[in-house]
Write a protein that binds this ligand. Structure first.
Ligand SMILES: Cc1cc2nc3c(=O)[nH]c(=O)nc-3n(C[C@H](O)[C@H](O)[C@H](O)COP(=O)(O)OP(=O)(O)OC[C@H]3O[C@@H](n4cnc5c(N)ncnc54)[C@H](O)[C@@H]3O)c2cc1C
Length: 516
């Protein structure tokens, strides 16, 4: 029998479990596991550290199966082209087949670019649908047909019922064929940046975290999980998102294990949208909307689902927000935590996104999404855009534009679940305010000057005054937003020649997703 060599390109999944491309490849005589490290995607130290840890873990698991990971730095299509042409980093290696996990909503079209390059070199190449989403998205869109992608959790639940149980996650192959003899070994893995991340990367750690989350408090944590009740100033949710986003844990595996763990709790389990299943449904919806809209999902102008809001271009305010220097300590602590750890609780993300856009600064959500893309450890194109649209108020599933978070939350009753009367979270991330009196920690400009001196922090000198007056701007912004919604309605009316093509719009009598 003719021997075949399959290149398995670890694209979306940095794991051996639920890796459909790898499972298919094990029928070959030889398998070359490859990761192409595009340095532009891992610009921040925490992302790079998590990636390096994940690659090291993947290599260890491959070595246990008598294989090993090849890591090449560069632009993926260019690297693949050089390999297929047998003049690249892997030398004269002849590749017959190249398989990788498909990116279900790929704004960069890398999947199709890679397939086209392979075909010019006579290499059979295919993006294999995998477990990055619970159900196969293309199949789901076929079921939806000409109907709308759900914009409410109830509609998502009905869709889930219609789709039935998702495919079971695949087991990791027990054995992997060897790399061809005399292949040039390449491992261009950079050193991990010093320090510790909020979580460490890798499939092994991801699966351990998943088991821990599902077993916590005898399973009660997962079974009774309600997102709106979790605190925004501590890690109070699962912190599984970096593992899912890097593909160390497949969404399908997470869902399958969760369903098994919830079974003994029957009617006691929490329900979507607040439950953990609800969170995974939100993720699925992000992908469905992303795939339906296509690459325009990340832009207001090109996205048919968006209300056209005339945001201001204000680089100074954007910069103050990104650097955590708005003069609003809760928002600043959140943004500084994001920059220093790559993570933020979901409600903290709500607060920052609302503040930047319709709440206070009136800066476009696209700018905010780009800042989150830079810093988030769990950055995911579809999920990030879906959530920014939600918070900016411009999509059919958005929060009502007139419900605005206060940037000076009352720690006892804020919807942001701050629950931190002493302001420890603020003191930790905004050390200028470390000695500030608790009474004024969320609105320090109201603190008498004598107390500011005592706390060694003069507002306007050591820590900024508020960059905007929340009470005034939030009122003005609601009025501006209403104008944009009214104009959008007129534009979309059948009589208008400039109607966007969407069949749905955010008309803001929006009782859609409850806060989750
Ligand atoms: C402005 C904004 C931007 C965001 N950008 C991203 C992003 O780039 N990547 C990302 O993974 N999440 C993003 N989220 C969603 C959410 O905040 C994170 O998924 C969640 O906070 C991660 O923490 P966790 O794993 O503890 O979540 P848990 O609450 O424990 O949820 C479990 C899993 O469900 C999924 N999930 C939870 N909430 C959501 C949600 N609202 N939408 C879609 N999936 C969800 C995640 O995969 C998460 O790991 C964003 C939210 C906002 C408001």
């Amino acid at each position: 029998m003719k021997s075949t060599t399959t290149l398995v390109w670890f694209r979306k999944c940095l794991r051996l479990h639920d890796n459909a491309a790898l499972v298919e490849a094990v029928s070959s005589s030889y398998v070359v596991p490859l990761f192409v490290l595009d340095p532009t995607l891992y610009a921040t130290p925490h992302r790079l550290r998590f990636l390096v840890e994940s690659l090291e873990d993947l290599d260890r698991e491959l070595v246990r199966r008598k294989s090993q990971l090849f890591v090449v730095r560069g632009n993926p299509p260019k690297v693949l082209e050089a390999i297929f042409a047998r003049e690249g980093p892997l030398g004269d290696l002849r590749v017959d087949r190249c398989l990788w996990e498909a990116d279900p909503a790929d704004p960069t079209s890398i999947d199709s670019a890679a397939a086209a390059i392979a075909s010019t070199h006579g290499v059979e190449a295919r993006a294999v649908p995998g477990g990055h989403t619970i159900w196969d998205l293309e199949a789901t869109l076929r079921v939806i047909g000409t109907g709308s992608v759900p914009t409410t959790m109830r509609a998502m639940e009905r869709l889930a019922d219609k789709l039935g149980p998702p495919p079971a996650p695949l087991e990791a192959p027990a054995e992997i064929p060897p790399v061809p003899p005399n292949t040039r070994i390449v491992r261009e893995v950079p050193a991990a940046p010093p320090g510790e991340g909020i979580v460490s990367g890798g499939e092994t750690r991801g699966l351990l975290r998943l088991a821990d989350v599902l077993g916590r408090d005898g399973g009660k944590f997962a079974a009774t999980f309600e997102k709106p009740k979790t605190r925004s100033t501590t890690v109070s949710t699962t912190l599984l998102s970096p593992y899912v986003s890097f593909g160390c844990v497949s969404a399908r595996r997470l869902y399958a294990d969760l369903v098994v763990a919830l079974r003994p709790f029957g009617a006691e389990t929490s329900k979507p949208p607040a439950s953990l299943v609800g969170q995974l449904y939100f993720r699925e919806l992000s992908y469905l909307h992303g795939l339906r809209v296509g690459s325009g999902f990340g832009t207001q102008r090109e996205s048919p689902v968006c209300v056209d809001v005339p945001w201001d271009d204000n680089p100074a305010l954007l910069d103050a927000w990104e650097r955590g220097k708005t003069g609003y300590p809760y928002v600043d602590a959140c943004m500084r935590m994001l920059a220093s750890t790559g993570y933020l609780h979901h409600l903290a993300r709500h607060s920052c996104a609302c503040f930047l856009t319709r709440g206070d600064l009136w800066v476009s959500w696209e700018k905010g999404a780009a800042v989150f893309e830079k810093h988030l450890l769990d950055f995911d194109w579809a999920v990030n855009n879906f959530n920014w649209l939600w918070l900016a108020g411009t999509a059919p599933w958005s929060a009502p534009y007139f419900r605005v978070y206060s940037p000076t939350p009352d720690p006892r009753k804020s919807a942001l679940n701050v629950d931190d009367e002493n302001g420890d979270f603020v003191r930790r991330y905004v050390p200028e305010l470390e000695h500030f009196p608790a009474k004024h920690i969320y609105a320090p400009w109201k603190c008498p000057i004598a107390d500011q001196r005592k706390a060694s922090c003069i507002i306007g000198k050591d820590y900024p005054k508020p960059v905007v007056d929340h009470a005034a701007v939030s009122k003005a912004n609601i009025a501006r937003f209403k104008q944009a919604v009214d104009l959008d309605k007129r534009r979309r009316s059948p009589a208008s020649s400039s109607a966007k093509t969407a069949t749905t719009t955010n008309l803001q009598a929006n009782k859609k997703f409850k806060r989750a």
